[in-house]
Design a protein around this ligand. Structure first.
Ligand code: PHE
Length: 445
């Protein structure tokens, strides 16, 4: 069987796919509450600075490893760094993709359930108390979250079944502009709300007194997660980008879009929360418990609520397909099997773990370790440990181990892009110590 790589057909397609991976639940579901927990604007400023100086170089390193390796994360690294130690990087990326994808499918399943509730007018006249009970009973039912998890995973599998250009690229080219338009409509509609000013101020006026070492760590973690760093997804997509395209411009456009989308999500959520003077709660409850009653109260809330959950769903599916592709591509290259068969194997593997994680959230669940359920463990292990460590290893591999000229060529295509040397310097001297320092500080605390 030929192992010729399927690739993205155009630069626009590559940007849409890479942006699709980046923009996800991390921007719309996680960003607003992590930002709220960490002092609003101060967090935002640190987040943007870290994205510019650390995350963009590491994202570029990951994309360029894919370009140089031309295969999945495992075989690309094997080809570029024959020294066995680097295999740990590949394995940790694949583990991260597997764990994140499994819990991501569960939350994406919730968004489908809530999209259905919004569409059928079930938020009309509900209270926060009622939504809390409904959320708890949904999660505790066990079979309903599993049902949606498996449906969501099936949709991912169908998209990937069409291949890289006909499946992933085509789908992102359609969904990403749609997502942008929906978010802009929601942000415009939020300007009509009484709490708009307060919401915008919260997002734009920094309160530096809330900033601690933890804030900086939270910002780096958020930035890595949001740019899909450390799960092999960007490396795999990097291998699909035509070699004549400039990775620098693609990475910069994608990173800016990701920041803008997170900001817009804040501009939708904060004014709504301030208008109705409810507590800015954190965690999943912000989106799944606090917001629905507010949609039920506002004029045109049926449309706004439906648009909001449809938006979450679109953002989720364009990201999850990139994680699944990272795993599918690995299985295809390892076992020399067809794409369809690899997808089937991974559907089973992710479906089983996703279902276990969904069950671990039930109150009666015994899937608890050291006071934390398996769902939270999957998130903690992948987001706080595997991804930052993979990001660190990626920076060291591209900045110190692989020949400089090779990396620079991969970063900038034929014509040398201004700024490529700055990126390389950041990658070599700033990213590794900065990521290591932040990781160790988190570990000590
Ligand atoms: N970037 C995605 C988000 O913000 C999450 C993700 C992580 C996607 C790792 C792929 C790989 O939701």
């Amino acid at each position: 069987m030929s192992m010729q790589q399927d690739t993205f057909g155009s630069k626009l397609g590559a940007i849409a796919a890479i942006a699709g991976s980046a923009v996800g639940l991390g921007n719309i579901w996680k960003f607003p509450y992590v930002c709220a927990e960490n002092g609003g604007a101060a967090f935002l400023i640190i987040y943007i600075l870290l994205t510019m100086t650390i995350s963009i170089p590491v994202l570029l390193a990951e994309l360029s490893l894919g370009r140089m390796g031309q295969q999945d994360v495992y075989h690309s690294i094997l080809r570029l760094a024959p020294n066995k130690r680097w295999i740990i990087l590949a394995i940790s990326s694949l583990m991260a993709a597997y764990l994140i994808l499994s819990f991501y499918c569960v939350i994406s399943g919730w968004t489908m359930e809530y999209l259905w509730q919004a569409l059928s007018g079930q938020f009309q006249g509900v209270t926060e108390q009622y939504m809390t009970e409904r959320f708890v009973s949904f999660v505790n039912s066990g079979h309903r979250p599993i049902f949606w998890t498996l449906i969501f995973l099936a949709l991912n599998s169908i998209i990937l079944g069409f291949g890289v250009s006909k499946g992933i690229e085509r789908c992102n080219k359609l969904l990403i502009p749609l997502l942008f338009i929906m978010l802009i409509l929601l942000a415009i509609s939020a300007t009509r709300q009484a709490g708009w000013r307060e919401g915008v101020e919260f997002l734009l006026r920094p309160d530096w007194s809330k900033v601690t070492g933890r804030t900086i760590l939270a910002a780096l973690g958020q930035s890595f997660f949001s740019l899909s760093i450390g799960a092999g997804a960007m490396l795999t997509y990097g291998s699909y980008v035509d070699k004549k395209e400039n990775l620098m411009s693609i990475a910069i456009i994608v990173s800016i879009s990701s920041i803008v989308i997170a900001l817009l999500a804040g501009l939708v959520i904060f004014p709504t929360v301030f208008t109705y003077d409810v507590a800015l709660s954190s965690g999943p409850s912000l989106v799944f418990i606090t917001l629905p009653p507010l949609f039920g109260m506002m004029n045109g809330g049926l449309v706004v609520g439906t648009l909001f959950f449809a938006l979450l769903f679109l953002a989720a599916i364009t990201s999850s397909t990139s994680m699944l592709e990272s795993l599918v591509s690995f299985v295809i290259h390892t076992h020399h099997i067809t794409r369809a068969r690899a997808i089937l194997i991974l559907y089973s593997a992710v479906g089983v773990l996703g279902s276990i994680l969904a069950l671990s959230q039930m109150d009666s669940s015994c899937l608890i370790l050291l006071g934390k359920n398996l769902f939270d463990w999957a998130d903690t292990v992948a987001s706080n440990h595997l991804m930052p460590l993979a990001g660190l290893a990626t920076a060291v591999l591209a900045g110190h181990y692989i020949e400089k000229n090779k990396v620079i060529d991969a970063l900038s295509s034929k014509e040398r892009y201004p700024g490529v040397d700055v990126i390389y310097l950041l990658l070599r001297w700033v990213c590794p110590p900065a990521i290591a320092a932040m990781y160790l500080t988190a570990f000590i605390h």
